[in-house]
Design a protein around this ligand. Sequence first.
Ligand code: MTE
Ligand code: MO
Length: 314
Amino acid sequence: MIIRSTDDIAPSEITPQAVHARRRELMVALGAGLAGGVLGARSAAAAETPQAELLDGVTRGRFATSEAQTTFKDATSYNNYYEFSTDKYSPAGLAKRLRVRPWEVVVDGEVARPRTIGIDELLRLPREERIYRMRCVEGWSMVIPWVGFEFARLARLVEPTSKARYVEFITASQDTMPGLSYRVLDWPYGEGLRLDEAMHPLTIMAIGMYGQVLPNQNGAPIRLVVPWKYGFKSAKSIVHIRFTATQPGTAWNKAAANEYGFYSNVNPEVDHPRWSQATERRIGEFRKRPTLPFNGYAEQVASLYTGMDLRKNF
Ligand SMILES: Nc1nc2c(c(=O)[nH]1)N[C@H]1C(S)=C(S)[C@@H](COP(=O)(O)O)O[C@H]1N2
Ligand SMILES: [Mo]
C-alpha cells in the first residue's frame, strides 16, 4: 500500500468525494423532513456537563451534515475569542467571567420598527438544530450541532426598509474582557454581511450547541453562524444589529485589508497572502482534507455571487 499525503490527491479524486458527501447530506435532510419531530434524546455532551442549561423543544433543521461531529470538549476548549485572549485554550476559562444577563440586542438602522429585544424573547423563538461544518481562516475546521433560528426570522420582527442593503453585527465590550486592553483589533468586534447573505436560510443566530445553551467561550448568549464563510464572520456575543445602506466596516478587514476582505467566503482557490487555503485539518483528525468551495455549501449559496470576481471580492 502506498501512503500518500492528502496534498497529493488529484482534483479528479476530490470531486466524487464531495458529490458523495452532498448526496448523504441530502438524504439526511430528507430523513429529517420526514421525521420532522422534536429531538428526543439529549446529546452525550449535554449529559457530560450536568450543570449546563439544556434546551428543550429543539427540532431537527435543514442542511444537517452527516459528517462526524467534533467532540463537545474540543469545540469548547479550542476557541477564538480575542476579547478574552488571542490564545485558543484560554477563552474556555477566562470567558467564565462574561456577564450574560441582563442581555439585550438593539436592532435598528434601515428598519420600519427598530427594537431593543431582550434575550428571553430571543430564546423563546422556535429553535432548531443545524449541524454545520465551520472552517477557520487559520486552516482548521469543526462540525458543530448548533441550536438557533434563521436570521431572517429576527429580521421580520423589525421589517427592513427598501434602503437596507447590508447588516452590521456589533459584539459586546465588557470590563470582564482582558483582551480589550490590547489593540489587536478595533473594538468592539464588528462584522457585516450583505442583506441577501444575512437573509439566506443557512444564516442563523445561534443560542446553543450540543443541545444546551451556548458556553460563554462559544459566544453566549447569542451569536451569528454563517457556515460558508471563514469562522471570523460568525460574530460572538452580539449586542447590536444594524441594517445599513452602505457596506459596514469589519474588525478583521480594518486590521488587515489585504488579508481579510468583506466577503471572506471559504475558497480553496484564493490563498491567504501568507498561507494556502486549499486544505484544512478537521479538529480530531490527523490527515488534512481538501477545502471545498463555500465550505461545501456551494449548491446553496454560489448563486448569491453570480457574475462577481471572487478573487477581487475575497
Ligand atoms: N466577538 C468575537 N467573535 C468571534 C471571534 C472573536 O474573537 N470575537 N473570533 C471569530 C473566529 S476567528 C472564529 S474561528 C470563531 C470561533 O468560534 P468557536 O470558538 O465557537 O469555534 O468565532 C469568531 N467570532
Ligand atoms: Mo477564525
